[in-house]
Design a protein around this ligand. Structure first.
Ligand code: BEZ
Length: 386
């Protein structure tokens, strides 16, 4: 046996157990989420939901124990590429789970695509992630920014509104949310008089609230979430606008925020793929388990984290723990109905949930479901070539 062949055989003998160890050893989950700043509570709820599902499976996914590697991304897109590269190239995670902020998620998706790393987005709605950046290894358990916004545009038309003003944080999520609202609102004959915005994460709303009072629209449409949503709802009421101009929002405006918003949020109408009063056996069981584990009520972010873990479970079980089998992983996820607390849903070809969007109203400390505003709404996935 010549030297080259001997060393090749030796190398294979070493490589085989290593490869096996990769499929049977701990499954490394890179949680890249905000744990500080405006969206800190959202990151924590996503992690709670994710861990709850894993615990329900006995701590294993696809037969493999889970090891978490956590990064606080601070909702800062300028740090996102470095952060995600560390998870992929230094920590060698098997799957990226993140993030909340659309700008951060787009940076993550680029690295995931370039390195063919499995990625599951548990919140960020950036349309591009399952649009022009779509990829076989990228999945989303949440929504696109277009989905709840488009549904709210239709609601505003049905309520008879003709003239709207929009107000949001100036970044991808806010811009796309406003665009989705405008698309449906203008299709129904409405007119957006003015788009107002503040830079992310500023919460200096006063000058813009004065402008809204002067413009006197029939309705204001807004996208704010987390700490900014709390402040906006309180400022809107304090400015005396709540009595005169209905405030509509993508449901993030009142999700996970009601304790802090108190009476200022009462009666607000929003659209989202989750509500607090679905009263299905599936959701009731989830809510009870979450409340018992964390001594907290769940919100939409917790549901999305839980469903991100479900997606990972479906794919990983199908490939018996071998995450190198990306095509088989994707095929299994694509054909499975996900048994979500929000109601069952399937992923579209671009890997975004096709889901009911609920019209909700704040009643006490709940986002009460009034109706299904849009049944099985699929994002148009513009630019996705998959
Ligand atoms: C986003 O940046 O996509 C986002 C952030 C918070 C709530 C919803 C969407």
């Amino acid at each position: 046996m010549n030297l080259v062949r001997t060393s090749l055989i030796a190398a294979c003998a070493i490589a085989a157990p290593l490869a096996m160890a990769q499929n049977t050893g701990k499954l490394k989950v890179g949680l890249m989420l905000p744990y500080t700043g405006t969206y800190a509570a959202l990151g924590t709820a996503i992690e709670n939901g994710f861990r709850l599902y894993v615990t329900e499976q006995g701590g294993k996914i696809g037969g493999r124990e889970i090891e978490y590697v956590k990064v606080d991304d601070e909702s800062d897109p300028s740090k996102a590429t470095d952060n995600v590269n560390k998870l992929v190239k230094r920590d060698h995670v098997d799957v990226l789970v993140g993030s909340v902020h659309s700008g951060v998620a787009m940076a993550m998706a680029k690295v995931a695509k370039d390195t063919n790393t499995l990625m599951i987005v548990p919140n960020a709605g950036a349309d591009a992630v399952t649009g022009s950046m779509c990829a076989p290894n990228i999945f989303r358990s949440s929504f696109t920014n277009w989905q709840p916004a488009y549904a709210m545009g239709e609601v505003a038309v049905k309520k008879g509104a003709k003239r709207a003003v929009t107000i949001t944080h100036k970044y991808a999520a806010g811009d796309e949310s406003v665009r989705g609202f405008r698309e449906a609102f203008e299709k129904g004959g409405g007119q957006v008089m003015k788009d107002l915005s503040v830079p992310f994460p500023s919460v200096e709303f006063q000058a813009l609230l004065t402008e809204i009072a002067a413009l006197k629209p029939d309705v204001v449409y807004t996208f704010f979430a987390g700490g900014a949503a709390v402040k906006f709802v309180k400022d809107y009421a304090a400015a005396g606008l709540k009595k005169s101009i209905p405030l509509y929002g993508a449901g993030f405006l009142t999700d996970g925020t009601l304790d802090a918003q108190g009476a200022d949020a009462a009666d607000l109408l929003t659209t989202l793929h989750y509500a607090d009063s679905l009263n299905t056996a599936r959701d009731n069981a989830f809510r009870l388990a979450y409340a018992k584990t964390y001594k907290l009520q769940p919100d939409v972010y917790a549901v999305q984290g839980y469903d991100a873990a479900q997606i990972l479970g479906i794919g990983t079980n199908a490939v018996k723990g071998d995450l190198n089998k990306k095509a088989e992983f994707a095929a299994a996820v694509e054909k499975t109905k996900i048994d979500s607390p929000r109601g069952p849903f399937m992923l579209s070809k671009s890997h975004n949930p096709v889901q009911d969007i609920y019209l909700r109203q704040v009643v006490g400390k709940e986002n009460k479901m009034l109706s299904v505003a849009s049944k099985a709404l699929a994002d148009p996935a513009r630019g996705c070539k998959m």
